[in-house]
Design a binder for this molecule. Structure first.
Ligand SMILES: Cc1ncc(COP(=O)(O)O)c(C=O)c1O
Length: 394
C-alpha cells in the first residue's frame, strides 16, 4: 500500500452534490431560453387551434369515430406483446400489419417500436465494414444518433445540395463497397422536400449506392394512397429502405421499414432496437391496420392539406412579407432568436393558436423558429386568421 493510500474511509471533502452539475446545465438552458418543458394539459375553458401535433390528416383527433369498428373487427387484440417480436407468441397482428404494408408497397415490411428505434436500429445494423453513409445536413436526430452509435464512416452534405452529394459519391465510391444516402422526404423543420428523383438518378453512375428514405412526415400525406413522397414521385422500387412512422399522420404509434426480402431478414437478425425491445402491443398493431386503411382512402384530405399549405405560404408572403423554405404542410416562420421565438409562440397562444418554438439543438442557432404544423381539418378562415395574427405581431 502506498503512502497516500489508506484502508480507512476517504476524508469527506467539501464537494458539490453529484447532481449539482445537472442543475447547472438546466439553469444554463433557462438563461439561454432553451429550457424544454412538457406542455400542460389543454385548458377546457380556452380552446386553441392545434398547430403543434403531427396529426396531419386529422385522423387522431377523430379517432373516437373508429373505436366501435376497432372493437368489432379486432376483439382479441391484446394490450401487451409481453416480449420482443423474436420471443413473443402474440405476433398475429404484427404479422398482419406487415403483410398489409407489403401489399401496399410491393416489398416486405418490418415493424419497429417507433421511428426513433427504426432509424437508430437500422442504421447501426447497416453499418458493416466498407460502408459509408452520406446524410443530408438536416436529417432527424434519430438518424444522427444511429450514425454516431454505429461508429460508421459518415459525412453530412449541405441540405438538398445534390451537386455536393454527387461530388462526395465520386470521391468515395471506389473506396467503399456500399454508400448509403440518408434523406427525409419532407424535412421536419423546414417543410421542404428532398429532390428524390435526382437522388435516384445518381444510382446510374454509382451502382454501389443505396438510398435510405425517412418518410416520417410524408407517410399518409404524399402520394395517391398516402404511401409517401416515393409513391408520389413513382420511385418506390428505387429506394432501398423506406422508413415510415405510424405516430404522425397514421394516428397510431410505431414505425415500419420497407425493404427487399434479404434486407428484411438481415434486419431481423441484426437491428438491435428490433431484437432487444418489447414489441408494440397487438392492439397498437391492429389499430395501425385500421388507421392505414382509413388513411389510404383519404386523398381528399391530402389534397386539402396541400392546398392549405400552399395558401398559408402565399398569404404569409403577400400579407406579412414572410418567406418560408416550406413546400408542404409544415410551415416554419424563421425568427432567428430563441427568446423571440418563445415570445411569439406565447403571443400566438394568447390569440388562439398553439405552435411550437423550435430552438437549438433541434435547429441551428440563428434559425430559431415557429413550426406551424397544419392538418387537413383546419378551415380557410383558420388560415387567414393565423396570417392576420402573425402579421400583427409587434
Ligand atoms: C424525420 C423524423 N424521423 C424519425 C422520427 C422519429 O419518429 P417517432 O416519433 O416515431 O419516434 C421523427 C419524429 O419526430 C422525425 O421527425
Amino acid at each position: 500500500m502506498s503512502k497516500t493510500e489508506s484502508s480507512s474511509a476517504p476524508a469527506v471533502v467539501d464537494s458539490p452534490t453529484p447532481t449539482k452539475a445537472y442543475s447547472d446545465i438546466l439553469s444554463h438552458l433557462r438563461d439561454e431560453n432553451r429550457l424544454r418543458e412538457i406542455p400542460a394539459d389543454p385548458d377546457a375553458n380556452f380552446s386553441t387551434v392545434d398547430l403543434l401535433s403531427n396529426d396531419y390528416l386529422g385522423l387522431g383527433s377523430e379517432s373516437h369515430l373508429y373505436i366501435e369498428e376497432f372493437r368489432r373487427r379486432f376483439p382479441d387484440a391484446e394490450f401487451t406483446s409481453s416480449a420482443s417480436r423474436l420471443l413473443s407468441r402474440r405476433n398475429h397482428y404484427h404479422s398482419r400489419l406487415e403483410a398489409y404494408l407489403e401489399e401496399l408497397y410491393g416489398r416486405p415490411a418490418l415493424l419497429f417500436n417507433s421511428g426513433y428505434h427504426a432509424n437508430v436500429g437500422m442504421i447501426q445494423a447497416l453499418a458493416i465494414p466498407s460502408t459509408l453513409f452520406l446524410a443530408d445536413k438536416l436529417v432527424h436526430a434519430s438518424a444522427i444518433d444511429g450514425l454516431r452509435l454505429s461508429g460508421a464512416d459518415y459525412r453530412r452534405f449541405p441540405h438538398n445540395d445534390i451537386k455536393k452529394l454527387k461530388r462526395l459519391l465520386r470521391d468515395n465510391h471506389a473506396a467503399y463497397e456500399r454508400i448509403i444516402v440518408v434523406v427525409e422526404s419532407v424535412y421536419s423543420m423546414d417543410g421542404d422536400l428532398t429532390p428524390i428523383e435526382r437522388i435516384v438518378a445518381l444510382k446510374k453512375d454509382f451502382p454501389n449506392m443505396m438510398i435510405y428514405l425517412d418518410e416520417a412526415h410524408g407517410f399518409g400525406v404524399r402520394g395517391e394512397r398516402g404511401l409517401g413522397l416515393a409513391e408520389e414521385k413513382k420511385v418506390v422500387d428505387d429506394i432501398d429502405i423506406i422508413m415510415g412512422t405510424l405516430g404522425k399522420a397514421a394516428a397510431s404509434a410505431g414505425a415500419f421499414a420497407v425493404a427487399s426480402p434479404a434486407i428484411k431478414d438481415y434486419l431481423v437478425n441484426t437491428a438491435r432496437s428490433f431484437i432487444f425491445s418489447t414489441a408494440i402491443s397487438p392492439a397498437q398493431a391492429a389499430w395501425s391496420i385500421l388507421m392505414i386503411e382509413k388513411l389510404t382512402a383519404m386523398s381528399d384530405r391530402r389534397r386539402r392539406l396541400a392546398r392549405i399549405g400552399h395558401d398559408l405560404r402565399q398569404q404569409l408572403f403577400r400579407k406579412a412579407n414572410i418567406e418560408t423554405p416550406s413546400e408542404s404542410h409544415i410551415v416554419p416562420v424563421i425568427i432567428g432568436d430563441a427568446g423571440e421565438a418563445l415570445n411569439m409562440a406565447r403571443y400566438l397562444r394568447a390569440n388562439g393558436f398553439d405552435s411550437l418554438a423550435i430552438r437549438k439543438p433541434t435547429v441551428a442557432v440563428g434559425s430559431e423558429r415557429l413550426r406551424l404544423s397544419l392538418n387537413a381539418l383546419l378551415t380557410d378562415s383558420d388560415i387567414s386568421r393565423l396570417v392576420e395574427v402573425i402579421g400583427n405581431y409587434h
